[in-house]
Design a protein around this ligand. Structure first.
Ligand code: SF4
Length: 408
């Protein structure tokens, strides 16, 4: 048994190395034990292999965009069925798992549980660069850097996404491997790519010590001095700018009734600040939500938290959170009312669950990802990350590449 990853406070789960497993069909044992019948083993072997090769039933482990290509492969234009391959929506009737898409740390144990339910002999195809290595997301806290950290892979089908023909080619490669089976022995698995090579980003990223600092400076400069003339919708030389009217907004983002309410009842002086929605005192926040609900703002649209980490250096500032809220009315002329809360260090935000039922899971999400506490929430527990996750991944001080054994 091999265990991946290193401990950093997570519960370590065992990952079995299945690469060396062999499979023996019960028929072989019976034939070998009957005198004289052993000569038939070779022919029976060939017949069994032929049968398996031409009826590879696929279990679709489709989690994102590559899954669409997998579906296309099974549809009439490409028609996997002509190879004897059909897709079964149960692991117990399938022998090839096609992992098509990004696998997250939360999904990985489910994939493993499904893989374990597939009967031997079984094979796995990693379809697309996300399944092979995690691709763009491989250094992201929530993503498994390749499904071969979870289960043994027989064939890698590269691409982003690979098209249905590429998947067919992968299945043909798999048939070659199945043909190599003799006397119940599984063919050797493909060597999995070296994990360190796979997880190391190929391009040094912003603020990466390996990256040339001059590139960072250049990027910051160009972002700071970007003007309207940098926009891609600017007409080319000689062309006239189209005089199209701007589209009519669906909803007003700062309705006059909200401005009046904030000014007259909630003592907010700056009802239309330049840097975002108006800031409301934390202790008046629930009362404001109740008033807005009474005025017809019936939908709780969102609460989004931002973490401002403690500043060290010339101008020290303590860590704090800022929350942005939006509620909206429905029907013609729908309006959106938005406001902000600024929390002092260690302060909890009053929960809006008592006013808007929809605030329940949105507040849980902000607690889970950013670590904001909501006073009075009836069930403040994780909703996006696994239950045993350590920390809040969207805090600014959270390492994006944090390990999560045994999955990444
Ligand atoms: S490899 Fe590309 S197409 Fe496939 S799941 Fe990843 S991002 Fe989507």
């Amino acid at each position: 048994m091999a265990v991946n990853g290193s401990g950093d406070g997570h519960k370590r789960l065992p990952v079995y190395d299945e690469s060396e497993l062999t499979y023996e069909h019960p028929l072989y044992g019976a034939m070998l034990s009957v005198p004289g019948l052993s000569v038939g083993v070779t022919s029976i072997d060939a017949i069994l292999n032929w049968g398996v090769m031409n009826s590879l039933w696929v279990f679709p482990m489709a989690t994102s965009c590559c899954g669409i290509e997998l579906m296309a492969a099974a549809a009439s234009r490409v028609d996997l069925d002509r190879m004897g391959t059909i897709v079964r929506a149960t692991p117990r009737q399938a022998e090839v798992m096609v992992i098509a898409g990004t696998i997250t740390v939360k999904m990985a144990p489910r994939v493993k549980a499904l893989w374990d339910q597939m009967p031997e002999p079984k094979w796995a195809i990693a379809m697309g660069s996300c399944a092979i290595s995690g691709d763009f997301y491989r250094n992201l806290y929530a993503v498994v850097p390749g499904i071969d950290t979870v289960l043994p892979v027989d064939v890698y089908v590269p691409g982003c996404p690979p098209n249905p023909e590429a998947l067919m080619h992968g299945l043909l490669r798999l048939k070659e491997k199945v043909a190599l089976r003799r006397a119940g022995k599984l063919p050797p698995r493909d060597d999995r790519p070296d994990r360190l090579q796979v997880t190391k980003p190929s391009v040094a990223r912003f603020l990466d010590p390996a990256r040339d600092p001059a590139i960072d400076e250049q990027q910051v400069e160009s972002a700071l001095h970007a003007t309207d003339t940098d926009r891609s919708d600017e007409p080319a030389a000689g062309e006239e700018r189209a005089s199209a009217e701007p589209p009519e907004p669906i909803a007003s983002s700062q309705p006059s009734d909200l401005e009046a309410l904030l000014r007259d009842e909630f003592g907010v002086a700056e009802t239309a600040p330049k840097d975002g929605a108006p800031v409301v005192a934390v202790e008046r926040h629930v009362a404001l939500a109740r008033r807005l609900r009474g005025m017809g703002y019936e939908i709780f649209t969102y609460v989004v938290a931002t973490h401002f980490p403690e500043k060290t250096g010339k101008a020290p500032a303590p860590e704090r959170f800022e929350l942005a809220y939006a509620v909206r009315s429905v029907g013609k002329g729908s309006k959106v009312a938005s406001w902000r809360l600024k929390l002092a260090p260690g302060e909890a935000a009053p929960s809006l669950v008592g006013v808007y039922a929809g605030a329940d899971w949105q507040e849980r999400e902000q607690w889970d990802l950013v670590g904001v506490r909501f006073a009075g929430h009836p069930d403040l527990r994780r909703i996006m990350m696994p239950e045993n996750w350590d920390g809040h991944p969207l805090r600014k001080d959270y390492p994006a590449d944090k390990a999560c054994p045994p999955w990444r």
